[in-house]
Ligand binder design. Structure first.
Ligand code: NAD
Length: 499
């Protein structure tokens, strides 16, 4: 049993609230640790120290800040296996998948080495006689990152990198289910040279989130999690005058056209639907084959692939496709939704309920589940299941398939499999979803683009990482200046006339 506390002023600080939350090992079902849940007073104290530390950090030459990012990236690489082990032990994803989690976060830190370029302003020297205009990007001060359980390294890194490289101090509030990876990352960035207090990791639950939202010193909130909480946080942060970007849940569809390579489409669906036990906001959870023939052939190819998936503990390096889901409650909820799908008339091709793994009988495992004949009115279509369940919704035409995607409340990611460029191009330009894959099942943009959904998958402006993140974590100041010695005879008159 271990205890997770807070990371304050460059060291761990014991929690004082007396409130804790259990940390499970989802692979075995055992409670392995406890995390201390911070109070409002503890949060306010962390913010005060962060504000003090931010002054010097914000005034530090951006190139020096970028060097901290460079060293941080080196240390993440050094400790990759250690980070992956910590992450998987609390999350349950397989070790290769966990290394991918760290890697995708690391790539954002690599882009943050270019922070000086991202932070440059604009300049014009011909605003009028002797008049220059220039703009600068300045840090906001203290900002907060509130992150979900499903990417314990990647999403904290998406938040930390751009916020800190822009000269802010950050309060990071990781998921209470998987808090240890963020603590390890805090230690590494301190080793990389980040001054004490610039990153404070405050662990907790709703109480500490509300304290962040109500703290007047916190200028911006970057949230990632489920849609109801994203909407709640966006509303409360905005009411309190903060900048907020809150990314929520998803229901990602993949359209399979009659001219698609069905072997490749089936392989892609299995990877994108069941990888990480479907606990990815970019997982494909709905397959939309167009035409009866396509649908029949697709199910024929999918069924044996899904049945052959191997479920096991996170420790398996090679022979396991995915691990357990995060909690017993998540397992029960997913199995309940599968039962509802059957009751509401969907065809259950592969049933993952009641799955038990020898030697790990108490682990939170759900077997791979494939549904056919799912319709829009069923709960398994309407709800984000966030588990290893793939639903097939058959459509007769491309237009019907496109309308299905367009009318869904979520708009995080989507994909189309086709060999026709015109259809692919039409889909990319018309679909109302933030990230689109063409013969690409999980179109998470590379770290120098930006990541963000549409509709109920995101609230607020600007995306995560890439240039948008530097805009989110800075404010623009524009200076109009005039130096009279630069005004030639007649110039001032010309300028006045211009006024
Ligand atoms: P969650 O919403 O339960 O929790 C996210 C964070 O909010 C955690 O830090 C948690 O402590 C906090 N929180 C939970 N309940 C709260 C409340 N009532 N008030 C204030 N704060 C609260 O999400 P989760 O289960 O950790 O993560 C899974 C969800 O995240 C899925 O819906 C998934 O689609 C989504 N997600 C979205 C993206 C994206 O970029 N759009 C990325 C990853 C995950």
């Amino acid at each position: 049993m271990y205890e997770v506390n807070h990371w304050i002023n460059g060291a761990t600080l014991d929690g004082t609230s007396g409130r804790t939350s259990d940390i499970y090992n989802p692979s075995t079902g055992e409670v392995q640790g406890q995390v201390n849940l911070a109070t409002k007073d503890e949060l306010d104290a962390a913010v005060e120290k962060a504000a003090a530390a931010q002054v010097a950090w914000g005034a530090t030459n951006p190139q020096r800040r970028a060097r901290v990012m460079m060293k941080f990236a080196e240390l993440i690489n050094r400790d990759m296996d250690k980070l992956a082990e910590t992450l998987s032990r609390e999350h349950g994803k397989t070790l290769p998948d966990a290394r991918g989690d760290v890697q995708r976060g690391l790539e954002v830190i690599e882009v943050c080495m270019g922070a000086p370029h991202m932070l440059k302003g604009e300049y014009i020297n011909s605003g009028g006689p002797g008049i220059d205009l220039y703009s600068m990007r300045q840090p906001l001060g203290v900002v907060a990152g509130i992150t979900p359980f499903n990417f314990p390294a990647m999403i904290p890194l998406w938040k930390m990198g751009p916020a800190l490289a822009s000269g802010n101090a950050m309060i990071l509030k990781p998921s209470e289910r998987c808090p240890s990876t963020a603590m390890q990352l805090a230690e590494l960035i301190q080793e990389a040279g980040l001054p004490d207090g610039v990153l404070q990791v405050v662990n907790g639950d709703k109480d500490v989130v509300d304290a962040i939202l109500d703290n007047d010193t916190v200028q911006a909130v970057g949230f990632v999690g489920s849609t109801p909480i994203a909407q709640y946080i966006y509303g409360r942060a905005a009411t309190n005058g903060k900048r907020a970007q809150c990314f929520g849940g998803a229901k990602n569809h993949m359209i399979i056209m009659p001219d698609a390579d069905l072997e490749k489409a089936a392989d892609a669906l299995v990877g994108a639907g069941f990888g990480a036990a479907g606990e990815r906001c970019m997982a494909i959870s709905v397959a939309v084959p167009v035409g009866k023939d396509t649908a029949d052939k697709l199910i024929e190819k999918l069924a044996p692939r899904v049945e052959a998936l191997k479920v096991g503990p996170y420790t398996s390096e090679t022979d396991v496709d995915y691990g357990p889901v995060i909690t017993e409650a998540a397992k029960e909820r997913i199995e309940g939704l599968i039962s509802t799908g059957v009751d509401q008339g969907a065809t259950l091709v592969t049933d993952g309920r009641g799955f038990s793994l020898q030697g790990y009988e108490d682990g939170f495992y759900v077997g791979p589940t494939l549904f056919d004949d799912v319709t829009e009115d069923m709960d398994i279509y309407k709800e984000e299941i966030f588990g290893p369940v793939l639903s097939t919704v058959r459509k007769d035409s491309y237009e019907d398939a496109l309308s299905l995607v367009m009318e869904n409340q979520y708009g995080n990611g989507t994909a189309i499999y086709t060999s026709d460029g015109d259809t692919a191009r039409d889909f990319a330009s018309r679909v109302n979803v933030g990230m689109v894959g063409i013969n690409f099942p999980i179109p998470v943009p590379l770290s120098y683009f930006t990541f963000g959904g549409w509709k109920k998958s995101a609230f607020g402006d600007l995306n995560q990482y890439g240039p948008d993140a530097f805009r989110f974590y800075t404010q623009t100041k524009t200076v109009t200046e005039r130096w009279f010695s630069g005004i030639k005879e007649g110039g001032e008159f010309a300028f006045k006339a211009m006024d």
